[in-house]
Write a protein that binds this ligand. Structure first.
Ligand SMILES: [Mg+2]
Length: 175
């Protein structure tokens, strides 16, 4: 799939992700004490580890503040966690400024309308399989897997294979 797109995957330095519907299936468990629970994919988590091992940076930009997101981001060493962003584009532009990146050096993965400006702006704008139609229409790529079920891993493999870094990363698993 990587060779069908006009994207220079070797340029991608940062992976920015939405949380709800992208790193999760979009559902939130509300417990009777008011606390929240979310389910994250272990396969995505390992993919993010591989991405970091390949030298990539990571960030999440979420509209909803959530303790579960904070804990999961810590577990898998997501470097930059921006939550409660009612408008996501200023947060995204802030990341570009902070790290001296241009938009074409960033991949973004989203699912809902709040993500639309970032899907358009990022060098590699991705919609997950469960994204709304408007986000899918604006995306460079629509994943086969759904959010919370391997979509982020699919995007990471696409970038790492498209930039020729995948085979070297796999060497440690082949002994
Ligand atoms: Mg979302």
């Amino acid at each position: 799939m990587a060779d069908e797109m006009q994207i220079d995957f070797g340029k991608i330095k940062m992976l920015v992700m939405d949380v709800d519907g992208v790193l999760t299936d979009g559902t939130v468990m509300i417990n009777s004490d008011g606390s929240e629970g979310k389910q994250f994919s272990i396969v995505d988590g390992h993919g993010i580890k591989l991405w970091h091992r390949a030298g990539g940076m990571s960030a999440v930009i979420s509209g909803r503040p959530s303790g579960a997101t904070t804990v999961r981001a810590e577990q898998i060493n997501i470097g930059h966690v921006l939550q409660g962003c009612k408008k996501k584009l200023p947060a995204f532009e802030g990341l570009l400024d902070e790290f001296g990146l241009s938009a074409d050096e960033v991949a973004f993965v989203g699912d809902d309308l709040l993500d639309l400006p970032l899907v358009r702006r990022a060098g590699f704008g991705v919609a997950v399989a469960n994204a709304v139609d408007e986000v899918k229409a604006a995306a460079d790529y629509v994943t086969i897997k759904a959010g919370g079920a391997g979509a982020v891993r699919e995007v990471i493999e696409c970038i790492l294979k498209g930039s020729g870094k995948w085979d070297e990363l796999m060497e440690r698993y082949l002994v």
